[in-house]
Design a protein around this ligand. Structure first.
Ligand code: ATP
Ligand code: MG
Length: 416
């Protein structure tokens, strides 16, 4: 049997990259006083319809929906923000402190055409700053995403930023845009033709080259922004300059939903080809209210982990690190003694490997060499009689017999 199309196993020889990424993120985000949050993978379908927005690809064609045995409409989460906001509201996280700095990492599900860098089950690392509409929090989120990429040695990337203004500003802009695009209506790609009726601003997002060409002379969203929006955006750019974060302003970058506003950004890498967006984020001042909570603003982003890992040069030699002892026993007395030894090794955090089988010492030593162990700890009849352990250093090609009670001290000395 195969995995479901668009999903894949993360195998033991790649798991250290995932663990490393998690630990680096944990360390950085803990320093910045962000707390991890874990929400269920399944939620009510309605949450995403309200929280992601009706005219998006996610809602229109990418959701994994099903009816459960109690006739409930359930969805496998396609993204994280809606769930975080649901949790923020349902657990009343705003009661004691309206500022919540949260992060999450986990699988998301979207029914898309699988290809390199695009899966049906993929993973995101998301960061949310809830409770402030200061543009410096936008900068903080961008800076955190940037820092994570830096920590993981992600090569060249650019942050693209834009401001999509307020709902009112976008209503004015929408009129101007539709007015302009009407004359090219039949030349637009089919999706964009539909969006001309439903959600014209998202046409700016079209990847179609003909549509992009038409858009070159379209009215610019920034020309319709008010003083406050422009000022906030200026602050964001000023701080990105100060922090030396590589960015460009992309006036066509939108996350075109009613309850998103202000800063929108993406982190782009050109090595990834068409699937070049590693991270997407922006401000959502109206989302919490939209989902039935208090009127509290927020800003956040999500990094696509598969795409990020494709870019990072991995240290595949991890597995070949010689830091582990193989425990070799013969007979039940020796096995009993090995359990004691294991306790000591655990306490001293010395890595080990043991197999409970009747293979000969010779065979077990061969295996230890093959799997690049540092050495073998051997307990056979001779060692039992004398209360000793024989240690065979595979690197240094010599062996030594040590008093059983002294073995840990000896190993520690040698390792130093
Ligand atoms: P795209 O334009 O590639 O479809 P998106 O706008 O749908 O991206 P977001 O919803 O902003 O993506 O999600 C944030 C990040 O999650 C993306 O930048 C990407 O790195 C990752 N991502 C999104 N969908 C997938 C997928 N199907 N497979 C792998 N990673 C994905
Ligand atoms: Mg998508």
């Amino acid at each position: 049997m195969q995995t479901i199309r668009g999903t894949r196993d993360i195998l033991p020889d790649e798991i250290s990259e995932w663990q490393n990424l998690y630990l680096e993120a944990l360390e950085l985000l803990t320093l910045h006083n962000y707390s991890e949050i874990r929400t269920p993978i399944i939620e009510q379908t309605e949450l995403f319809i309200k929280g992601v927005g009706n005219d998006t690809d996610i809602i229109n064609k990418e959701m994994y929906n099903f009816i459960d045995q109690g006739d409930r409409k359930i969805t496998l989460r396609p993204e994280g923000t809606a769930s975080i906001v649901r949790s923020f509201i349902s657990n009343k996280l705003y009661i004691n402190n309206t500022i919540q700095k949260l992060w999450y990492m986990g699988p998301m599900f979207r029914y898309e055409r699988p290809q390199n860098g695009r899966q049906r089950q993929f993973h995101q690392l998301g960061i949310e700053y809830i409770g402030s509409d200061n543009p410096l929090t936008d900068v903080e989120i961008i800076n955190l995403a940037h820092n994570i990429l830096q920590k993981l040695n992600c090569p060249t990337y650019t942050v693209e930023v834009n401001s999509i203004g307020t709902k009112e500003e976008r209503i004015e802009y929408k009129k101007a845009l539709v007015n302009y695009l009407q004359q090219f209506k039949t030349e637009l790609d089919l999706d964009s033709q539909k969006r001309l009726e439903t959600n014209p601003i998202r046409i700016l997002d079209s990847k179609n080259t003909r549509t992009q060409y038409i858009l070159e002379d379209a009215p610019c969203l920034s020309k319709h922004l008010g003083k406050a929006s422009l000022q906030d955006f200026e602050i964001v750019c000023e701080y990105l300059n100060m922090l030396k974060i590589p960015y460009i302003v992309n006036y066509k970058l939108v996350r075109g939903l009613d309850y998103y506003n202000g800063t929108a950004f993406e982190i782009i890498n050109n090595q990834l080809g068409a699937k070049n967006t590693i991270c997407g984020g922006g401000r959502y001042n109206n989302l919490i209210k939209q989902l039935g909570g208090p009127n509290i603003p927020g800003v956040g982003c999500a990094i696509g982990i598969e795409r990020l890992l494709m870019l990072i040069k991995h240290n595949k030699n991890d597995k070949n690190k010689k830091d582990r002892f193989h425990l070799l026993t013969q007979g039940s007395e020796a096995e009993k003694k090995a359990w004691h030894l294991i306790k000591w090794l655990e306490e001293e955090k010395i890595k080990f490997h043991i197999e409970f089988n009747q293979d000969s010492f010779q065979k077990k030593i061969k295996k230890a060499v093959k799997y690049k162990a540092l050495g073998c700890l051997i307990i056979g009849p001779e060692e039992i009689r004398n209360s000793t352990i024989t240690i065979k250093w595979l690197d240094k090609h010599y062996q030594k017999t040590i008093d059983y009670n002294n073995i840990i001290n000896y190993i520690k000395q040698e390792l130093n």
